[in-house]
Design a protein around this ligand. Structure first.
Ligand SMILES: N[C@@H](CCC(=O)N[C@@H](CS)C(=O)NCC(=O)O)C(=O)O
Length: 235
């Protein structure tokens, strides 16, 4: 049995998808990151960077319990545990890992900044902030990254290795929020075709409505937990 510590965000969705695809036995433990539950000492033992997703697998590689944080590492762990969604042939394997790392190091962090300046900063309680340069910078960078993905998907049905892998699972949830990133999928026809195909997979479609990443209004407490004093307190 795997405990999945999660929220309704793209990084959380990746692991929901992988667990559904593999059919592993799992239980979701919701961590209310708007209310600061990610800073509780028990959670920090599992996820020292105070972020979801994280898992605890009671049946680790040596038969003992293991905790894993960072969504890319979790996808890799689950792929190796099950022998699925990460090809074994060396070229196909490194191609898959390359695109997984591309998501982890670029597509996720840059799109996250687009979310921050386009959607969150203008909602800062009592002191909304709109920074046109930051909005332009991250919207442009998002467009560049979608262009890279579109070119790659012009070569085949899936992101890497000619098959459905953990690279698709890592990238797809971020594309769900393309409007928040200032993007229109009609500008990226290969991404659009791939997106519709992945979205139609039963394991992906399952519960996606419940996993919708909705931007709620911030109050002082939720802003502090996400982007203010509570977030940046030294622990
Ligand atoms: N690189 C990390 C990023 C995880 C991440 O940013 N998680 C966000 C939600 S999507 C979070 O838990 N935020 C709470 C916080 O920053 O305190 C991963 O891919 O697992």
């Amino acid at each position: 049995m795997i405990d999945l510590y999660s929220e309704t965000t793209p990084n959380g969705q990746k692991i929901h998808i992988m667990l559904e695809e593999t059919g592993l036995d799992y239980k979701i433990i919701w961590v209310d990151i708007d209310r600061g539950e990610q800073f509780e000492p028990a959670f920090l033992k599992i996820s020292p960077n105070n972020k979801i997703p994280a898992i605890v697998d009671r049946d680790g590689p040596d038969g003992k319990e293991i905790a894993v944080f960072e969504s890319g590492a979790i996808l890799l762990y689950l792929a190796e545990k099950t022998g699925r969604f990460l090809p074994k042939e060396p070229r196909a394997r490194i191609e898959t890992l390359q695109w997984l790392f591309w998501q982890m190091g670029g597509f996720g962090p840059m799109l996250g900044q687009a979310h921050h300046f386009n959607a969150y900063a203008p909602m800062r309680p009592n002191d909304p902030v709109v920074l046109p340069y930051a909005q332009e910078r991250y919207t442009n960078e998002a467009a560049r990254l979608y262009g890279v993905l579109d070119r790659k998907l012009g070569e085949g049905a899936y992101v890497a290795a000619g098959e459905y892998t953990i690279a698709d699972m890592a990238i797809f949830p971020w594309c769900r929020l393309h409007e928040r990133q200032g993007q229109n999928l009609d500008d990226f026809p290969n991404v659009k075709r791939w997106f519709d195909q992945i979205a139609a997979r039963p394991a992906v479609a399952k519960d996606m409505d419940k996993l919708e990443d909705v931007v709620e209004d911030f109050d002082e407490k939720t802003w502090s937990a996400s982007f203010g004093a509570e977030q940046y307190k030294r622990r």
